[in-house]
Design a protein around this ligand. Structure first.
Ligand SMILES: Cc1cc2nc3c(=O)[nH]c(=O)nc-3n(C[C@H](O)[C@H](O)[C@H](O)COP(=O)(O)OP(=O)(O)OC[C@H]3O[C@@H](n4cnc5c(N)ncnc54)[C@H](O)[C@@H]3O)c2cc1C
Length: 330
C-alpha cells in the first residue's frame, strides 16, 4: 500500500483509472466505458458518499466509495476483483466511530437488508446476519426462549460491529455467546472463523484488517420469554437513566483501565462538560463525548486527546481509545 492514503482515493471522474490496478489485472475506477468503475457489481456503489449521516456523531468526511452489496457472493466477487492497494472498511450503525473530516480514502462496505436476518437454528442457537441489529437479535432470542443475549438489547450496533468490537454490557460480552463468525476476507475469500480464531480481549478482536463479518452464530441457554423480556426492560431502563442515548455520540470513548472506571477518571480530572469547538464531554456520562450540533470530527478527537492529557496529569493513567478513529485529517 502507498504511504499516502490520499494517493489511492478514488475520484468519481470518468476516464480516471488506478494504474496499479490495471497492471495487476485488478479492477479500480474507472474506464470511462460506461460500465461501472468496479466491474459487474449487483449491489449499490456510490462515489464520494457522505458518511456523516451514517454515523452516530453526525460528523466527518465522505467515503471514496460506499458499497452496499446485494448478497455475500456480490461482496466476495467485488473484494476479489478490487485492487488490493485500496483500503476497505466495514460500517455498521457507526455507533463506535469517528470518521475524520478528510473522509475514508477507500471503500466503505455497508451491509443492507439481505444481511439483516436472524433465525433460531437449534434450541439455543441463532444464526444472525452481519447487518442485524442488537434489538433484532435479542428480541428473536426472546421469542425462541433463548436467554443470555439480553445485553445486546442495549448496545446500538450490528452483529458485524459486535463481533469486531467484542461488544459487551451488564457482565456479558460477545465472546461469551459467539460460536463462529462468517467473514469475507479482504481478498474476497469466504471463511468461517470459530471463536478461538478471533483472539478476543476486552473490546478487541483479532479480526483481519479489511475483513467483513457477514454473519455469526450465537449460543445462549434455555429461558422463559417473559423473564427474558423483563431482563431486557431492566437493561433498557438502566441505560436510559445513565447514558445520553439521544445525543450525537460514539458511546464509551475510552476503555476501562484494569481496576478503574474510565468515567470516574475523567470526572476526577475535572473534564465533565469540557468543550472543544462543538464537542463536549457529556454531563450525564463523562465517558461519552457529544457533538452539540456543530462539531467537526477534529473537534471531537481533539477533545478526547485533551481529556487523555488531563487524566494522565491527574491520575498518571493513560486512557486508551475505545472509539475507532478512521480516515484522514483535513
Ligand atoms: C449510546 C451508545 C451506547 C453504547 N454502549 C455500548 C456498550 O454498552 N457496550 C459496547 O460494547 N459498546 C457500546 N457502544 C459502542 C457501539 O455500540 C459498539 O461498539 C457496537 O459494537 C458498534 O457496532 P456498529 O455495528 O455500529 O459498528 P460501527 O460503529 O459501524 O463500527 C465499529 C467497528 O466495527 C467494524 N465493523 C462494523 N461492522 C462490521 C462488519 N460487518 N464486519 C467487520 N467489521 C465491522 C468497523 O469497521 C469499526 O472498526 C455504545 C454506543 C453508543 C452510541
Amino acid at each position: 500500500m502507498t504511504s499516502d492514503p490520499k494517493a489511492v482515493r478514488p475520484e468519481p471522474v470518468e476516464g480516471q483509472s488506478f494504474s496499479r490496478a490495471e497492471e495487476k489485472g485488478k479492477i479500480g475506477p474507472s474506464t470511462g466505458s460506461g460500465q461501472t468503475a468496479f466491474g459487474n457489481v449487483r449491489g449499490k456503489l456510490t462515489p464520494d458518499a457522505p458518511l456523516a449521516p451514517l454515523v452516530w456523531f453526525k460528523a466527518g468526511g465522505p467515503a471514496g466509495w460506499l458499497f452496499e452489496p446485494k448478497d455475500a457472493d456480490d461482496l466476495s466477487a467485488f473484494l476479489r476483483d478490487l485492487d488490493p492497494a485500496i483500503p476497505v472498511m466495514a460500517l455498521g450503525l457507526g455507533s463506535n466511530l469517528i470518521v475524520r473530516d478528510g473522509g475514508f480514502p477507500g471503500v466503505v462496505v455497508r451491509l443492507g437488508k439481505a444481511f439483516a436476518t436472524v433465525a433460531a437454528i437449534e434450541a439455543t442457537t441463532l444464526r444472525c446476519g452481519g447487518g442485524a441489529s442488537g434489538i433484532l437479535v435479542s428480541s428473536t432470542a426472546r421469542d425462541a426462549g433463548i436467554a443470555g443475549l439480553e445485553f445486546l438489547r442495549s448496545i446500538p450496533g450490528t452483529v458485524g460491529g459486535f463481533v469486531r468490537m467484542n461488544g459487551g454490557a451488564y457482565g456479558s460480552e460477545v465472546k461469551d455467546i459467539l460460536v463462529e463468525a462468517e467473514v469475507v476476507l479482504r481478498s474476497g475469500e469466504r471463511r468461517t472463523l470459530p471463536l478461538a480464531d478471533l483472539g478476543y480481549s476486552y473490546r478487541h478482536s483479532a479480526l483481519p484488517a479489511g475483513a467483513v463479518v457477514i454473519g455469526a452464530i450465537f449460543r445462549g441457554r434455555p429461558g422463559d420469554p417473559r423473564a427474558i423480556q423483563a431482563e431486557m426492560d431492566r437493561i433498557s431502563a438502566s441505560r436510559e437513566a445513565s447514558q445520553p442515548l439521544r445525543s450525537r455520540t460514539g458511546g464509551s470513548t475510552f476503555k476501562n483501565p484494569e481496576g478503574h472506571k474510565a468515567w470516574q477518571l475523567v470526572d476526577a480530572a475535572g473534564c465533565r462538560g469540557l468543550t472543544v469547538g462543538g464537542a463536549q464531554v457529556s454531563e450525564k456520562h463523562t465517558n461519552f463525548l457529544i457533538n452539540t450540533g456543530t462539531a467537526t470530527s477534529a473537534d471531537i478527537e481533539a477533545l478526547g486527546e485533551e481529556v487523555r492529557r488531563r487524566v494522565k496529569t491527574n491520575s498518571g493513567i493513560d486512557l486508551q481509545w475505545e472509539i475507532q478513529r478512521v480516515g484522514v485529517e483535513t
